[in-house]
Structures are given as C-alpha cells and as structure tokens.
Design a protein around this ligand. Structure first.
Ligand SMILES: Cc1ncc(COP(=O)(O)O)c(C=O)c1O
Length: 373
C-alpha cells in the first residue's frame, strides 16, 4: 500500500502538545474521567468496577453496539461495528469497498484520510471541490456529473471539517436518492453530528437513509471523549460490515476494554453529554462572531452551520502559513493553515470546542493588531 503522509497529523505532531492554546482542535473539551463515571447507571458502573483487561469481542461489546444502534432510527445492534476511532473505520470501509478499477467521489477540501485512504486502495478518486463563494455548499448536480459506471463510493462529511458546512435536508435527500438509484455506497462521515447550530438542521443519518448508506460515528467530537478512541460504522449492508470486520483482524482486532465501557456510559448519558458540548460550542461560536465582526474586512467568515470548526479566510497581504507561524511562535496559539488541507486559499481552520477559546482569541486579537492593522 502506498499512502501520502497525513499532513494535518504531521502538523499536529509538531505542535499539538507544545502550545498553550489549540485554537484549531476539532474535538470538544474532553470529559474528566471522574465526571463521566459519576453518570454511570448501576449496570455500567458494575461493568467498570468488575472490568477484566482481556481482549474484547471483535465486533464490539454487545451492550455498546445496542447503545450505538439506538442513535439511529432503523439500525439494529448487529448492523453496528465498533472500531478504534473513526480513523480505523475509514481505513477498513475504504479498503472493503474500493480497489484498483474502482472510482470514488470525495468532497474537498476535507479530512485527508477520507480521500487518501481511498487512493491508497488503488481506486481512482475524484475530489469534488466545495467553494467558499457558494457557502461551501454541497453541489448534488456536480456529484451526479462525477458519477461513472465504475463509481462505488461517495463520501460526504456533514457537518463538515474544516468549513462547518451542512447540506440542507433537500440537498441531502437528493444526494441519498442519487446514490440509492445508482447502486453506490454513501459514506456519511457524521462525527460532528449533534453539533448542528440549529438542531432542526440535523440530517437523516446515512445508515437510515437507504440500504447502502453508511454512518460513521465516533466518541471524539460531539461526545467529547477523543481519548477513548471508540468509533463505529452503522449500515444495513451486513455483507459490507462482515468484510470490514475481516479487515479489522489486521488492524486492532478489537477495541480497548476500558474504552468500551466508558463509551457505553457516555452514550447512555448522551443527553447530558451533548448538552455540555453544545453549550461550549455555541458559546464559543458567538465569541467568534464578535471577533470576526470586529475584524471585518480582514477576515471572511462563513459561519458554520454545524460542528466545532470553521474555515475563515484571511484578507490581507500576509499569507495564512505566515500568519499561523507568527501566531504560534509569539502567542502560543495554534491555527491550521489551509496548506495543511492541500488547499490553496488563504484560510485557516479555527476550532471552537475548547474552553480556553476566550483567552486564545484575545491573543489572536493582540497578534492581529500587530500584523493586520
Ligand atoms: C471528519 C472527520 N472524520 C473522522 C475523524 C477521525 O476521528 P478520530 O480521530 O476520532 O478517529 C476526524 C477527526 O478529526 C474528522 O474530522
């Protein structure tokens, strides 16, 4: 397998644990273990107290699969496969569905592994460009035009990393109907689901939309527990899940035992968990609105419709790489320049899931005062 470096992860490898403020993180402020355990019901608490650190069931703990299935309208527990993070799920589903002679369509700019892993299978990948001028909207007609006889997979991430874009219900219906009619799988990367600014905009999950729809979920983002490394695929296509399970035998075999129980606790308390995440994200989004209003003319801000990240454009003589570099060196605040996404625009990814955002933003304001005035 030939695969390019994951540019974002290489960038994080250099900076993530060396800076004061991660103003570009996509996850939500992580739960303290003690607070999470306090939410456990008696059954889950007993699972935690009696936990044996052995191998776990390869498909996932049965109670966890049941809990995950409960996130969907039509999904049964045996239509869920648990992975170590969403990342492993992307790897397995891409390799299960694609190979030389196959074609995939993936929106771009985006989370690199969604198209890089697809390429690494030997498949031909069409990057479907999202445009700022359209508010980063999904163009379903462009997807239709990109479909070929050998197209096996369409990949859409909604809410979207890095733009915060979210298709309308009508666009989503059109896309799922298109894939359904064409007999193509749709991988719906829904790791930011539940963080829609307006909950009425929450889309029908991919797995609920049609037989070849695949939902990708994870505990990392909306559930604010990235350290668990628990992700999943949900789909009615049981054959596909079986192929993914066979690939997983070569990656992790099974998920970590403590993480499975903690994920179960988190999902059973999901109303509380999501409420906390939404409060952090929506509060920070309002602060970002104020910041960009104050810096109008220096940044273009397409307000995210969901998720915990956005992709403002710097409108100045200074390049995004240079701006980000100076910011991290002088203020200890990390932004992700668009180059990390292989994207030529003068954008930066800003994350608003962390509770230190006010302080980080004050430092950006001070730095921008020096660089942009
Ligand atoms: C769109 C998207 N999909 C998948 C992932 C992978 O999630 P995890 O790192 O928890 O496996 C991420 C992480 O940033 C993401 O942004």
């Amino acid at each position: 397998m030939q695969i390019e470096d994951f540019a974002l992860e290489r960038y994080f490898a250099r900076w993530e644990f060396a800076v004061k403020h991660l103003l570009c993180a996509s996850d939500v402020e992580a739960w303290p273990l003690a607070d999470l355990l306090a939410l456990a019901d008696p059954e889950a608490r007993a699972l935690w107290d009696d936990l044996r650190l052995g191998y776990t069931e390869s498909l996932g703990h049965p109670l966890l699969r049941t809990e995950i299935a409960g996130l969907y309208e039509t999904v049964a527990a045996d239509e869920v496969l648990v992975f170590t993070g969403a990342q492993e799920a992307i790897f397995c589903v891409s390799h299960a569905l694609l190979g030389p002679g196959d074609h995939a369509i993936v929106t771009w700019p985006g989370y690199q592994s969604l198209y890089e892993v697809a390429r690494s299978t030997g498949a031909d990948v069409t990057l479907l460009e999202l445009r700022e001028a359209d508010g980063w909207a999904l163009d379903v007609d462009a997807v239709r035009q990109a479909i070929r006889p050998d197209t096996r997979l369409v990949v859409v991430n909604a809410p979207h990393n890095p733009t915060g874009a979210l298709p309308t219900h009508a666009e989503w219906r059109a896309l799922t109907a298109l894939c359904d009619a064409a007999g193509i799988h749709l991988l719906a990367d829904e790791v930011y689901r539940y963080l829609e600014v307006d909950p009425a905009d929450r889309l029908t999950a991919g797995a609920d939309a049609f037989a070849r729809g695949i939902s990708l979920g994870v505990m990392s983002k909306s559930f604010a527990m990235a350290g668990l490394r628990i992700g999943w695929l949900a789909t009615h296509d049981r054959d596909l899940l079986a192929r993914c399970a066979a690939l997983k035998d070569y990656t992790t075999i099974c998920a970590p035992a403590p993480s499975e129980v903690l994920a179960l606790i988190g999902l059973r308390a999901r109303d509380r968990v999501i409420e906390r995440s939404r409060a952090i994200v929506l509060g920070n989004l309002a602060r970002l609105d104020d910041f960009f209003a104050a810096w109008e003319g220096r940044f273009d801000w397409v307000r995210p419709r969901g998720g915990s990240i956005g992709f403002p454009r710097l409108r100045a003589d200074v390049g995004a790489d240079d701006f980000a570099q100076g910011l991290v060196e002088s203020e200890g605040v990390l932004l992700l320049p668009a180059s990390v996404f292989g994207y030529p625009g003068n954008h930066v990814r800003v994350g608003f899931g962390r509770t230190d955002l006010p302080e980080a933003l004050a430092r950006v304001d001070a730095y921008a005062g020096r660089r942009l005035r």
